[in-house]
Design a protein around this ligand. Structure first.
Ligand code: HEC
Ligand code: HEC
Length: 244
């Protein structure tokens, strides 16, 4: 039965269209795995961001941004050329990547689970490094200034195209903060992040990251799931993408 049995309820609840998106999206994801990892877990301590579990709307917006160069990033450009990645592919790959859940703790597996199943489950566990800082101050700041878009639990809000910040590598987030501050990203008028970080000192940022990295091992409340409803089973995705 492998791990698929855990995701069966998820697929049953999903509309058929979505299941099709997932199957196609998994194929489209093939070349992405070289940098973002087989399970979208990212790599090299955040040189390649984790993308698993991000809201599909954010993934699509990001891909379009790379394609049109409104978000400039050299490594991503060739993979988003329209001839490589159609609109349809973008939607499909976003659905697949969103559906991959990476728990921060080893899920409880049935006793009958094989060594391979345990190994595969362990490979999905992602814990990012904690950041030192004042967690309480960071929490207060986060809830006041960021939660509206990124969610109270930091797991992103699809309706705002806002990414999850919890479970993302702090080094990656710091790099992005720097890009926003320098206006390399999010500088367009009306961009939701425009000016949002302007007043934050590096100490404030560390405090916010200290808070965000302190809550990564709390299970997401069911309502927080922007992806597939998880029917009370430990968060896990279906098989890892095999192509590399
Ligand atoms: C050659 C390496 C490479 C490949 C292949 C690649 N990416 Fe990326 N991707 C990156 C890097 C590096 C970044 C970080 C960009 C930055 O620092 O702004 C990134 C960023 C992203 C982001 C934004 C994440 C965030 O939180 O800001 C998304 C979404 C994404 N990639 C999706 C994909 C998809 C889907 C594919 C396959 C179609 C893909 N990538 C292929 C290197 C790669
Ligand atoms: C008005 C809505 C809004 C608010 C408020 C907001 N954000 Fe964002 N944030 C976004 C959106 C939308 C994106 C994605 C933008 C993009 O990709 O161009 C984003 C992206 C980010 C990213 C990049 C993450 C990634 O994976 O690429 C970081 C870091 C971030 N926000 C931090 C913060 C912090 C810290 C605060 C509070 C001080 C905050 N944001 C407040 C909407 C918001």
């Amino acid at each position: 039965m492998r791990l698929l049995c855990l995701t069966a309820p998820l697929l049953l609840l999903a509309p058929a269209v979505w299941a099709q998106n997932l199957a196609d999206g998994k194929d489209v994801y093939g070349p992405c795995a070289a940098c973002h990892g087989a399970n979208g877990e990212g790599g090299k301590g955040g040189e390649y961001p984790r993308i698993a579990g991000q809201p599909a709307s954010f993934i699509i917006e990001s891909l379009k941004g790379f394609q049109t160069r409104s978000r400039y990033n050299l490594p991503m450009i060739p993979y988003t050329e329209p001839r490589e990645l159609s609109e349809r592919d973008m939607k499909d790959v976003a659905a697949w990547v969103e559906s991959i859940q990476l728990p921060s703790r080893m899920p409880v597996l049935p006793e009958s689970a094989t060594a391979l199943e345990r190994l595969l489950a362990a490979e999905r566990v992602l814990v990012v490094p904690r950041v030192a800082g004042d967690v309480d101050k960071g929490k207060a700041r986060y809830l006041e200034e960021c939660a509206d878009c990124h969610g109270k639990d930091g797991r992103g809000r699809a309706s705002r195209d806002a990414p999850m910040l919890v479970g993302q590598y702090p080094d990656y987030l710091l790099r992005q903060v720097d890009e926003f501050k320098k206006g390399k990203r999010g500088a367009a008028e009306g961009h939701p992040m425009n000016g949002v970080l302007a007043e934050l000192t590096s100490k404030d940022i560390s405090d916010v990251l200290a808070f965000l990295t302190s809550i990564q091992d709390q299970d997401p409340p069911p309502s927080a799931s922007t992806a597939a409803p998880d029917a009370g089973v430990p968060a896990t995705a279906s098989e890892p993408a095999r192509k590399r």
